[in-house]
Design a protein. Structure first.
Length: 307
């Protein structure tokens, strides 16, 4: 039932049965789970969409997301409103040191024959993680993108950033950041890889050229194959928002996208315990990372225990 404009606004409440319908729909479509405590947050964040669409209830909105003529565009709007994207450059320094000092030299040896390095930042938010990886790789000198006559061929280095949020991907592509993104950035990195302009700090072109961004649902196996195989995947603090089924699907996607010998870096509050037995656990000096075995063939065996 549609209401007049006078009825829009705070008078529209998210009833418990409507919350369950929307919660189940979001889990099925995106893997994102919302506990009972999230009901009022969903109500507050999505109410404006009901007003824009002139819908009289959250049940109407549920139907619109399922069958509306512009449902695909509305999913983008809803996801932008419901996802939290708090990030900054050089986040989780210990893990980045492990990547720089131990993982990258290992990958250089493994990929030396093909002279190609691919890294995927899955759940890249507004791009800070992908650009951070680009800066670390650039500074390392392990993967030179130019070579002189008589030297080995140059490397093809590509960093892919993906996020389910259209708004976040657009911000990543712009590559312009405010002060809050630099809370952990070393001063020399800021001077070397950013240019200050009136609208903010712009990522230097040498790093922008390495990074490519696209909107993608991590559970979309077909879309993920477009990326090709990666030598390293950063998927930090993403799986914690998924339910058990979506977490298993996501890990299968990540495993499938890794080259044999490739590594998966998760957030420090995440692990593959009771999710997958396919990966090897590497104990590095500064961190723990997961590796697809060098002899790995086929798809990932996944634990039957979803907890």
């Amino acid at each position: 039932m549609r209401r007049t404009a006078a009825h829009f606004g705070d008078s529209i409440v998210l009833k418990p049965d409507e919350f369950r319908l929307l919660r189940d729909l979001f889990v099925a479509r995106t893997g994102l789970q919302f506990g009972a405590e999230a009901r009022f947050a969903l109500e507050r964040r999505l109410r404006e969409r009901l007003m824009v669409l002139k819908l009289g209830s959250f049940a109407d909105y549920h139907q619109y997301l399922r069958f509306g003529s512009h449902a695909s565009a509305e999913w983008d709007e809803a996801i932008d409103l419901l996802t939290t994207n708090e990030t900054y450059f050089f986040r989780e320094d210990r893990q980045l040191r492990a990547f720089q000092n131990e993982v990258m030299p290992m990958l250089e040896v493994q990929a030396r024959g093909r002279r190609r390095l691919a890294v995927w930042s899955a759940g890249c938010s507004t791009g800070e993680e992908a650009y951070t990886i680009g800066m670390i790789i650039h500074q390392s000198g392990l993967f030179p993108r130019r070579s002189l006559p008589g030297e080995p061929p140059p490397w093809d280095v590509r960093i892919y950033g993906s996020d389910i949020s259209r708004r976040c991907v657009a911000a990543a592509r712009r590559g312009i950041y405010g002060e809050s993104s630099f809370r952990a950035t070393p001063p020399d990195s800021r001077r070397a890889f950013f240019h200050e302009r009136p609208d903010g700090w712009h990522v230097a072109e040498a790093i922008r050229q390495l990074c490519h961004f696209g909107q993608m649902n991590l559970l979309d196996e077909d879309r993920s194959r477009v990326l090709g195989r990666a030598d390293a995947i950063f998927c930090r603090n993403v799986l914690i928002y998924f339910d058990a089924r979506a977490r298993k699907t996501a890990i299968e996607v990540l495993y499938d996208r890794l080259n044999p010998g490739g590594v998966l870096l998760l957030g420090h509050s995440e692990s593959l315990l009771n999710v997958s037995t396919a990966f090897e656990l590497l104990h590095l000096r500064d961190d723990l990372v997961y590796r697809r075995p060098l002899s790995a063939l086929g798809s990932a065996p996944v634990s039957d225990d979803p907890t």
